[in-house]
Design a protein around this ligand. Structure first.
Ligand SMILES: [Mg+2]
Length: 100
């Protein structure tokens, strides 16, 4: 089974409503993880081990969110539209940077 096939199988099994709710939950967990890593990196008393742990947590949560986003795209049948939107947004941002 390819990664795409696994994403499609999971998305189809659960369906749009549960997976969109799960997506919201995972985004909240990622928000919290990013904030905790930021706090650890800026804390007066922190250890390299603490920072390493929080960084690992961010990586875990990035993976969770990425998996949910792939499923959302699949369930909305929006592969091409999201891809086009990404291309347009990246081009716009690069143009902005070049004009700065
Ligand atoms: Mg999570």
């Amino acid at each position: 089974m390819t990664r795409e096939e696994k994403i499609a199988a999971i998305a189809q099994f659960y369906g749009y409503e549960p997976q969109s709710r799960q997506c919201i939950e995972e985004m909240a967990e990622l928000t919290q993880a990013i904030n905790k890593l930021w706090r650890k990196r800026n804390a007066l008393y922190t250890t390299a081990e603490d920072v390493r742990k929080e960084r690992e947590n961010v990586i875990e949560e990035l993976a969770d969110v990425q998996i949910m986003i792939w499923q959302m795209i699949q369930l909305l049948d929006a592969e091409n539209e999201v891809d086009d939107s990404i291309t347009a947004k990246l081009d716009r941002q690069i143009a902005r940077i070049e004009h700065e």
